[in-house]
Design a protein around this ligand. Structure first.
Ligand code: SF4
Length: 102
């Protein structure tokens, strides 16, 4: 969005001009510092309530993507975000929790 080289932007995956898929460096963040939606572009993906997992299932990307740390979005922030989705007209709101039933 800022016309930066995407290879310098942490925590993203992108396909370069040669068609090669790249994952940039992983930087741990506080989930509450980032809204999971972009009102300007009308992008309202599932709300990430939890990130990471301490299990190490061989087939799964979650532990290595997030350095086997588990983080949670706060309840207050989750409520604020949910209200924003409702204001945008969404009535079915989905959530992401890699090991939500654990
Ligand atoms: S998110 Fe699920 S599949 Fe992935 S490592 Fe954790 S328990 Fe295993």
């Amino acid at each position: 969005m800022r016309r930066e080289n995407p290879g310098n932007v942490p925590n993203i995956a992108y396909m370069d001009e040669n068609g090669v898929f790249n994952v940039t460096r992983i930087e741990m963040i506080d989930l509450d510092d980032y809204d999971p939606y972009v009102e300007e572009f009308k992008l309202y993906p599932p709300i990430e309530l939890m990130r990471g997992c301490k299990s190490r299932c061989k087939f799964c990307q979650v532990p290595w993507l997030f350095k086997a740390k588990v983080q949670y979005r706060s309840v207050e922030k989750a409520i604020d975000v949910t209200k924003a989705y409702i204001r945008a007209g969404y009535r079915r709101i989905r959530f992401i929790l890699p090991i939500g039933f654990a």
